[in-house]
Design a protein around this ligand. Structure first.
Ligand code: NAP
Length: 274
């Protein structure tokens, strides 16, 4: 595992004057999209952030861009040893945010078990592993935030693994809140709707997909990574100190309507190009 050491992390803690400043944060999957926006927002709040990602080069560039007090590390949430090392190296922390995730698309009757497992491995088992090791290093008053999804409550044809993983993650969040609460650690999740990030770039390139997502919001727009990061910052802040076990829908009201027919758009595109 390649890692940029994060010295200085204990320095200055005692001299911090505000509640928020000087908190230690680890953002898993922090090199891209929602994770990067979250790392940026936490740094702006005065946290010292370790950006941990499968993409260690991206993590390094991002951390360097944030400033010298921030750090980067390699992590693969499907590899428990690497997650354990990440949190042992980080030491006592105040905030852990897990943004690692991906999806694939395919009908259940066509999907291999390996493809199904790959998504569960990152989005659900990976989240369990992060919870386990972050949970051992979070201080009293600490906060753990997972990124679930609108698909944790709305089914989408062609996205069985992702929907199942995110529904499971929402429940994992609640169980973890029960178990860690007695130590003064809060566990919550945010469940975004459609947000433009590298993860959704392929889906967004399919004609009709973004329009359908936006149609199914109440507020008439897709989300930004910053919309989600703002909610995560709130869930990590002292102002939410009586809030735990919550899965916060943040989707422009899309949970009030229906999920877009992503698979239908994909099938139409395939038919047109064949
Ligand atoms: P993203 O831009 O692809 O960022 C995800 C980051 O996680 C990437 O840097 C990725 O690295 C990293 N990652 C992937 N697998 C990993 C692993 N095994 N271990 C460690 N890091 C790993 O995606 P995003 O849109 O910001 O998504 C962040 C989270 O939000 C995900 O959990 C996603 O399911 C959830 N979410 C997103 C949306 C949306 O519309 N964007 C909606 C609902 C929920 P690589 O680039 O090297 O793979």
């Amino acid at each position: 595992m390649e890692r940029v050491p994060h010295h200085r992390r204990k320095a200055n803690r005692m001299s911090d004057s505000s509640d928020r400043a000087g908190r230690e944060a680890v953002v898993v999957g922090g090199a891209s999209g929602i994770g990067w926006a979250t790392a940026t927002a936490l740094a702006a709040e005065g946290c010292r952030v370790t950006i941990a990602d499968l993409n260690v080069e991206g993590a390094r560039e991002r951390a360097a861009g944030l400033g010298a007090e921030h750090a980067a590390a390699h992590v693969d949430v499907t590899d428990e040893d690497s997650v354990q090392r990440l949190f042992e190296d980080a030491g006592p922390i105040d905030i852990a945010v897990n943004c690692a995730g991906f999806s694939n698309v395919g009908l259940i009757t066509d999907m291999t078990a390996a493809d199904f497992r790959a998504v569960i491995d990152v989005c659900l088992t990976g989240a369990f592993i992060v919870t386990k090791h972050a949970g051992r290093h979070l201080r009293e008053g600490g906060s753990l935030v997972q990124i679930s999804s609108l698909n944790g409550r709305q089914p989408a044809a062609g996205m069985s693994a992702y929907c199942a993983a995110k529904a499971g993650l929402s429940m994992l969040t609640q169980v973890a809140a029960l178990e860690l609460g007695p130590r003064g650690i809060r566990v919550n999740a945010v469940a975004p709707g459609f947000v433009h990030t590298p993860l959704t770039a392929a889906a967004a390139s399919v004609p009709g997909v973004v329009e359908d997502y936006v149609d199914n919001t109440v507020l008439g727009r897709a989300g930004t990574a910053e919309d989600i990061a703002n909610a995560v910052v709130y869930l990590c802040a002292p102002g939410s100190s009586w809030l735990t076990g919550e899965v916060l829908d943040i989707n422009g009201g899309a949970h009030l309507k229906r999920y877009p027919d992503v698979m239908g758009h994909v099938m139409r595109l395939v038919e047109q190009s064949s």
